[in-house]
Design a protein around this ligand. Structure first.
Ligand SMILES: *Cc1c(COP(=O)(O)O)cnc(C)c1O
Length: 390
């Protein structure tokens, strides 16, 4: 066995390096943008985005895709997806306006946040959006007030184990409550339309889809027994992308989900939806940063870069581990990567293997397309990275 294979630093960095090289060799168009004058910069590959969308469609042809706009709402990303026929999942008037400004018909838009401001429901319904997720009786009462003929789909709770960005504690109800909510909706004049769940973002555990589909089938049957005719099943988001480890592949998720649907919902006439966000745009973006400082603190080697958790790398404090690459050779060291602000929370990653860069050198953060710039603020006066779509 090669000596390197026993060295965890080497194994870690070799993975990031191969990822970077592969990413670029498939996208030579990006080469001229890798040493920009101004950093930080989020480079988005629109051709890769198209390819990824079509890949998801190809593997899940029965599903209508509603891109979750919150993952990255850059107008060129939305336009690229709109031109390919994608639908959109939105939660705010701003997101909806952006999507509609591209000429997308409101029938291609849904809103799956189960708790929405009433002003938004009103605005969306007037604009022609008529499908809303719910997970409480209160939400039905709100929708009745301003969107009296809306179609509603109930969000059920599923485990989010094995998801790097879990969501299940905030939303979702059990099977019986979901049926009660749908029945209540019907009694109040709304259309009980379907069921949704979310396995958690960056989901690498097949079992979450299993439980979601099993529970959805239960809701479906119980609803039917009460005379409710549901039409739609929405599997939410959760399709993962590669970070510092390989993620489940969309073809494997599709294959597994197909089997589950055959098993648990064999003869039901349903419309199928998915709402991927990260899974569409996450690995189509690379953040180009620069090193602004270095220090040794005790045993720790610190690198400071020109963006941080407040300007676009918020997910770094919630469990996402990005791969980092610097265009250097040399002995690997272990680094703690600090963000640009004065705040001590602003630490992007620990125990990162990298050859030693110098101040001003570029540092590349892979898989930075989703949930980065959209989270960014100008904390401490530092800008959100600019986005360049090429
Ligand atoms: C955030 C969100 C999504 C997208 O999730 P990803 O894990 O990024 O695919 C889909 N649906 C709803 C309701 C969401 O809140």
């Amino acid at each position: 066995m090669q000596k390197e294979l026993l060295d965890p630093l080497w194994v870690q960095y070799d993975y990031a390096k191969r990822y970077f090289k592969e990413f670029i060799s498939e996208r030579e168009r990006l080469l001229p943008y890798l040493k920009p004058e101004r950093t930080p910069l989020l480079l988005i590959d629109l051709q890769g985005l198209r390819r990824r969308y079509l890949e998801v469609k190809y593997h899940m042809p029965q599903f209508k895709v509603y891109y979750a706009v919150k993952a990255n709402d850059h107008i060129e990303i939305l336009k690229t997806l709109a031109d390919l026929g994608s639908g959109f999942e939105v939660a705010s008037a701003e997101e909806l306006k952006k999507v509609l400004s591209l000429g997308v018909k409101p029938e291609r838009v849904i809103s799956s946040n189960p708790v929405k401001p009433i002003e938004f429901i009103d605005f969306a319904y007037r604009a022609g959006v008529s499908r809303f997720a719910v997970d409480s009786f209160t939400e039905i009462d709100k929708i009745v007030k301003v969107a009296s003929r809306a179609r509603v789909y109930a969000r059920i709770v599923v485990p989010n184990e094995g998801s790097d960005w879990p969501l299940s504690k905030k939303f979702g109800v059990d099977v019986d409550t979901a049926v009660d909510i749908l029945e209540y909706a019907q009694n109040r004049g709304l259309v009980p339309y379907g069921i949704t769940f979310h396995v958690g973002s960056q989901c690498n555990n097949f079992r979450n889809w299993l439980i979601g589909i099993k529970r959805a089938a239960e809701v479906w049957q119980k609803a039917r027994a009460r005379g409710l005719r549901l039409q739609m099943l929405n599997l939410g988001g959760g399709i993962p992308v590669k970070y510092t480890y390989e993620a489940l592949r969309v073809e494997d998720i599709a294959y597994y989900v197909r089997g589950l649907l055959q098993k648990f919902m064999p003869s039901l006439p349903y419309e199928l939806q998915i709402e991927p966000g990260r899974g569409i745009v996450g690995d189509q973006g690379i953040m180009v940063c620069r090193v602004i400082g270095k220090a040794k603190r005790g045993e720790e080697n610190w690198l400071y870069i020109d963006t941080g958790v407040f300007n676009g790398l918020a997910e770094a404090i919630g469990g996402i581990r990005y791969p980092f690459f610097v265009d250097k050779e040399g002995e690997l060291k272990e680094w703690t990567i600090g963000g640009i602000s004065c705040d001590s929370m602003d630490v992007i990653a620990r125990r990162v293997a990298l050859p030693e860069p110098e101040v001003e050198d570029y540092l590349y953060i892979l898989s930075a397309g989703a949930y980065t710039t959209v989270y960014g603020a100008n904390f401490n006066g530092f800008p959100v990275p600019e986005t360049l779509c090429v």
